[in-house]
Each structure stands twice: as structure tokens, then as C-alpha cells.
Write a protein that binds this ligand. Structure first.
Ligand code: AMP
Length: 433
């Protein structure tokens, strides 16, 4: 057990971490271009925030939250963040960002989320999301901007097989009538639905469209589409969003099956899917949530946002073969020939420090290897140069500098090694230093 990580969690090793950094850099870059500011919120929040914010009859609140009591007297119930939006809304209100100029555009990158779900490929108990939220803009252009940002992230990363699926689930004005139509449709078929859907049928029949069980999917395929029940204002909003997406050149398909699992959505909902992910095909989910800020104690504030699953994004990039090359590798390995603890080693150590101070990635043997074994090790590490420091070199204040790929070696004054290597790496003098 001591060497097993908790089920549904992952270790991110150096090679993968380089891929994560590349994706994170793309998120930062794109969010900057779209003029979003980064926000970081705590890993845990008071449990009520998610109960109210995500919704009592959602899978997350009913059965997936990591909830615990702290050591306060009396103890407070805390929950590891299962999603980002409720926490960002809380931070928006608590920090009085609502009192400043609107809209407020925020994003987060690679934030850990926790859900007690059944782990499988692409579904974990600790996973990471990047996401963006816009507060204080009711304009359908904000919906389009947020969808364009999500879409832009995937295309920036070189993914081709993605699809944006768009729908509208109306507003508190028109949704009750649609709910009733849904109940009428489902009532005669209830026996065919799963027990959970039967239980949710009265309170929240929209959930039945979202259920992933086979029998429920079959039923959902015949359900009346929500778009036909939208009030004129919601219908106009939906048409405008589509118009703006066309202007921005973002391809999409209207999909009446997209209703999203969380309670807080109003009007626009969307997902970005990728065929290569199998059952867990959703890369990104989001939409408008005009009622949430008020639900959490703030003033009425329109809002729209999305979250992208980082693990699924990286899995998809791997499948499409568009992962960026991992890491920069080692610039110089300093080998030390001669006595282990004396002058030679001290000279090698000083050289190592100078190389690092010059901004190079440098390393030396710390495992007492022979000279031959050190050379082999340098090759294994993929070092581009090896600096050879021996008794003779130390006496003459020089270093043997070998370029590994070319197999060439020259002697260089010890004080010039860093400069020579840096110049060679810049491509200034590729041969013969
Ligand atoms: P949600 O917050 O449920 O709307 O999910 C948004 C995105 O997060 C999904 O499209 C997935 O890419 C990702 N995601 C959600 N749940 C998980 C999970 N358990 N494991 C890995 N990724 C997840």
C-alpha cells in the first residue's frame, strides 16, 4: 500500500510535466490575447458553496464530493473543489470584483479538481481543469467569445478532430414549460429509464437527457428538442450567438442532446468533443449561468464560462500525435577524471556552478562513477556537450570540450567554456567552436 497512489489519481513525471507546461503556456498565451486575467482559488471551500452552487440533485453533490470536517470548534464542513465555477464566483464576490468595471474576465489553468467517480481511461478522482469565466456581460457576443477561446485553445495546440456542440436550454421564464413537455414525453416511458432518472424525473426532467446509460440515451433521442420551446428573447440570444460564431469563424453544430449536468446553466450550453476519446469524449464543457451569482448571495449578474479537462486534452494530443517535444535536455555534463575528492573535483564543481550561472543546464556525476562510466552516463542523459576536467587540465587551467553529436573535441580555457557552449547552442559556431 505504501507504494500505491490512491485510486483515480496520477503522478505526472518529468517527461509528462514538460507536456503539461506546454499546454499551460498555450492557455496563458491565448487568455492574454483574449484579455482574461488569471485567478487562483483554494483547493477547498465551505461545503455549502458547492451544495448551493453546483446544485443538490447533481451527481457531484449527491455522491462525488470529498467532504470532511476541519478541527475548528465547532467543526466546519469543507469540500475539496469538485469544479471551478462556484469557487470563482465566490472569489468574484468576496473580493468585490463586482463593484469594479464590468465585464470581469477570469481564467484558471491546470487547477486540481476532486470527484469520487468510477475511474477509467480519461476519468479520474483527481483531475485538472483549465477554464475561463466572464462576469457582467449579458451580450451574446460574450458567449461567442468564450466558445471561441475554448475552440482557439484546441486549434492552437494543433488538434484537428474536435467538434463544438451547441444548444440553448432557455431561461427561468421558458424552461418550466419545457420541463412540463419533457415530463409528458417521459411519463409513459418511465419504467424504461434508470432508477436515478426515475427519481429525478419530477424535480429535474432535463437531467434525463444528460444521462449516459444506454436505455436513457435511447429515450433521450426521441425527446422534444428544447430549442422549439425557447421564449422569443432566448431564441434571439441563441441566434445571435450562432451569428457571432460564424463571424469568428468557429465551426459548430447545434445538438439538442447537450444540456450539461450542472444546475446553474441558462441559455447557451456547449461542449467540445473529440472522437478519439471513446466513452469519455467530452474535452470541454461550458455555458451561460445568469442565475448563479445571485444564488450565491451576489447581485443579479449575467455570466458565461467553460472548463477544459487537462488530462483528456493531453490524451487527445497524444492520440493525434501533436504533443510538443518534451523538455530541453542537458546542455553540458561535466566529467571529472582523477581523484574523487581533491582539487580536480573541486575545479569540476566550480565549472559546474559557472555553467549554471551562465544559464546552461549542467550536471555532473554524484555517484562515484569511473571516467568511462561518466561518459556513458552523459550519453544516456542526452547531454549536448561534455566538459572534461582532469589533473592535467586543472594544472593548465583548461577544459576538454566534446560535442557529443559530432564526436569532436577541443581544448578551451576554463574561463571560456560557458561562453563557447552558449555560442555553439545559439548556432553561431556550430562546428569547431
Ligand atoms: P464538467 O466540469 O463536468 O463540465 O467537466 C468539464 C471537463 O472536465 C470535461 O469535459 C472533461 O474534460 C473534464 N472532466 C470532468 N470530469 C473528469 C474526471 N473525473 N476526470 C478527468 N476529466 C474530467
Amino acid at each position: 500500500m505504501l507504494t500505491a497512489r490512491p485510486r483515480g489519481t496520477n503522478d505526472i513525471l518529468p517527461r509528462e510535466a514538460a507536456h503539461w507546461r506546454a499546454v499551460e503556456a498555450a492557455v496563458h498565451l491565448l487568455c492574454r490575447r483574449f484579455a482574461f486575467g488569471e485567478i487562483r482559488t483554494p483547493l477547498f471551500e465551505y461545503t455549502e458553496l458547492f451544495q448551493r452552487g453546483v446544485g443538490e440533485d447533481t451527481d457531484i453533490v449527491e455522491k462525488e464530493m470529498y467532504t470532511f470536517y476541519d478541527r475548528a470548534n465547532p467543526p466546519r464542513s469543507l469540500t475539496l473543489r469538485p469544479e471551478g465555477t462556484a469557487a470563482v464566483v465566490r472569489a468574484y464576490l468576496e473580493n468585490r470584483l463586482d463593484a469594479g468595471p464590468q465585464p470581469v474576465k477570469l481564467y484558471y489553468v491546470a487547477s486540481p479538481m476532486f470527484r469520487y467517480d468510477r475511474p477509467q481511461a480519461g476519468r479520474y478522482r483527481q483531475f485538472h481543469q483549465a477554464g475561463a469565466e466572464v462576469f457582467g456581460a449579458a451580450d451574446p457576443a460574450a458567449d461567442a467569445e468564450v466558445i471561441a477561446l475554448a475552440h482557439g485553445l484546441f486549434t492552437e495546440l494543433g488538434l484537428l478532430g474536435i467538434e463544438v456542440r451547441l444548444n440553448s436550454i432557455g431561461c427561468p421564464g421558458c424552461r418550466p414549460a419545457y420541463r412540463e413537455r419533457l415530463r409528458e414525453y417521459y411519463r409513459p416511458h418511465l419504467a424504461e429509464a434508470c432508477p436515478e432518472c426515475r427519481r429525478r424525473f419530477e424535480r429535474n426532467p432535463l437531467r434525463l437527457i444528460d444521462c449516459k446509460k444506454d436505455a436513457c440515451r435511447l429515450l433521450a433521442a426521441g425527446a422534444p428538442p428544447v430549442i422549439a420551446s425557447l421564449c422569443p428573447a432566448c431564441a434571439e440570444h441563441f441566434t445571435s450567438v450562432q451569428g457571432y460564431l460564424a463571424v469568428l469563424g468557429v465551426p459548430f453544430a447545434v445538438d439538442p442532446g447537450i444540456v450539461r449536468g450542472l444546475d446553474y446553466y441558462t441559455r447557451t450550453v456547449f461542449e467540445v468533443v473529440h472522437g478519439g476519446l471513446g466513452a469519455q469524449s467530452s474535452l470541454c464543457g461550458g455555458g451561460r449561468y445568469d442565475g448563479l451569482v445571485e444564488t450565491l448571495g451576489g447581485p443579479p449578474t449575467p455570466a458565461v464560462g467553460f472548463a477544459v479537462g487537462m488530462e483528456r486534452l493531453l490524451l487527445t494530443m497524444e492520440k493525434e500525435g501533436v504533443l510538443p517535444p518534451a523538455g530541453e535536455g542537458l546542455d553540458v555534463f561535466v566529467t571529472c577524471a582523477g581523484e574523487a575528492a581533491g582539487t580536480v573535483r573541486r575545479a569540476a564543481f566550480a565549472l559546474l556552478a559557472r555553467l549554471r550561472a551562465a544559464g546552461l543546464a549542467a550536471e555532473m556525476d554524484l555517484a562515484g562513477r569511473s571516467f568511462k562510466a561518466q561518459m556513458k552516463h552523459a550519453g544516456r542523459l542526452g547531454a549536448r556537450f561534455v566538459a572534461i576536467v582532469g589533473e592535467d587540465e586543472v594544472a593548465r587551467d583548461v577544459v576538454g570540450l566534446r560535442e557529443m553529436a559530432a564526436g569532436t573535441q577541443v581544448e578551451v580555457p576554463a574561463g571560456e567554456v560557458a561562453e563557447r557552449v552558449a555560442a555553439a547552442l545559439r548556432g553561431a559556431t556550430r562546428t569547431g567552436f
